[in-house]
Design a protein around this ligand. Sequence first.
Ligand SMILES: Nc1nc2c(ncn2[C@@H]2O[C@H](COP(=O)(O)OP(=O)(O)OP(=O)(O)O)[C@@H](O)[C@H]2O)c(=O)[nH]1
Ligand SMILES: [Mg+2]
Length: 438
Amino acid sequence: MQIKRYRGADMAEALQKVKEELGAEAIILSTRQVRGGGGKFGLFGKPLLEVTAARDMDGSLGANGDIPDPLAPPENRWNRIQAFLRGDKPPPGARENGLMRQIMAKNRIETRQLLTPLQDDIQELKEVLHAVGDAHRATLREEEDFHQMRNDLVEMRQMMHRLSSNSAGLREANLPENLLVLYQQLTFNGVEDKFAKRLVEEAVKNIPGKEMEDFSYVKIFLARMLMKIVRVTGGIQQPTEGRKILALVGPTGVGKTTSVAKLASEQAIKHKRKVSLITVDTFRIAAVEQLKVYARIMGLSLSVVTGKAELKQALADTMDSDVVFIDTAGRSQRDSMQMSELRKLFGGEQEIELVLTLSTTTKDSDLTDITRRFGEMPISSVLFTKLDESTTYGSLINHSIRFKMPIGYLSTGQKVPEDLEVATKERLVDLLLNISGA
Ligand SMILES: Nc1nc2c(ncn2[C@@H]2O[C@H](COP(=O)(O)OP(=O)(O)OP(=O)(O)O)[C@@H](O)[C@H]2O)c(=O)[nH]1
Ligand SMILES: [Mg+2]
């Protein structure tokens, strides 16, 4: 038996080839569509029709006509071969004599012959699938990137729209170009729109026509207005008599303990004041240890207290200090239990100045919420941390406008004690308008 495959553009062409080579007796075993040449895996070629055909050589079953099957009537022969190829059992009563075994052995060889190209095809198909899989995964990644880019674009468009619609109103109001640019700088920096508008409106009223053409003049004018708005403490001032007691309060993880260590160092080393430390953060051992390490390095006394009575006692024990810092556990402004505990702890303690510690990385609306809740206690100043982690500083101005709380210090990094500055109006305004870099 001879089994061969023929390819043609269509069935007629493939059959013609079969007929030419194997003759009219040939039997079609299977047909399938395949891709013609082109592309690594023939992926991009034209589809072809492939016909697998067989011919019974010289009317016998053997590949060379050498194994005749006298048992099979000619019309059943191919049915039986095909049944065998499908794995069907021989029909009951079929005589498994030596000749039959020979036929079956021959068929197995031919099955293998038939299988080999099929295995090649499967391998090729696997490779194609693999390549398609890779291409698909790459496409998915591209799609993700594309999706991200599209989101960015939408965001940018919305921002541009906001800016241009805000600016449009101001342009309609005939806002001079220099003020328009500065207005955009303020809002880009996170200054609330209504505050920025108020500032430029005030500038329009007060800057004479000729000076309005001068960008530096207009910028300095705005800077001066902002300097009037922000309030600062100028750092810890030593009272003429008695001592200063400052308690750092605020949300969790903003940098209270780190700031206590920095402040203690500033006061003890730079100002040569006698400093004591107290911590009421007792439910976390690590927190107490954190401050203990700083106290030991700086040679300062540290009292660990658990409640109001102990706090009073610790304060009584530090009468000879110039400055006492109290570190507290971070509180969630949304946890009313925690907030009421804090209020009780410091309630009626007139001597203690509460320093609200806030991170500049906190979003504006949360800063407002936090300040409102902590503001139920008498906050005397604000310490802003993590300036190094923020890219815009409008929230500091918004906070000053909304709450009029003086800012005492700015924390600009993790390093103790160096990453701490006394807040100045110039520095705060510079963060916003970049006067020093202009
Ligand atoms: N980048 C940066 N990190 C800071 C700054 N201040 C504090 N940190 C880091 O913020 C993390 C938390 O600081 P802590 O001082 O433990 O904060 P906390 O407010 O005492 O935290 P709780 O006691 O858990 O509420 C630490 O990794 C600090 O190093 C700062 O100004 N900039
Ligand atoms: Mg802490």
